[in-house]
Design a protein around this ligand. Sequence first.
Ligand code: FES
Length: 107
Amino acid sequence: MARPEKHVFVCTQNRPQGHPRGSCMSSGCGAVMNEFMSQIQSRNLFEKIALTTTGCLGPCGVGPSVLVYPDGVLYGKLTAADVVTIVEQHLIGGEPVAHLQAPAEVW
Ligand code: FES
């Protein structure tokens, strides 16, 4: 396996209903994960982009949370519709999507 150019971590943490921290699972990370997988598959980017589910990344209040390395860019409050922009502008184009990034006070 070649070393990927980008590694995308999608938080899929779940917590019980009513938990004070909430969770990315309850805020829609499943649809975000599915869309990343669909985009990577349809563009045949598996050699360049790794996609991994992960537990809590910390900023649960801005979930669904997605972290991209090696850039250390955290995206928050994503919807499935945001994913194509991240794929085209950041993962392929190399330019992080500023308006989708988590606020500076959490990352
Ligand atoms: S549950 Fe996803 S960042 Fe905490």
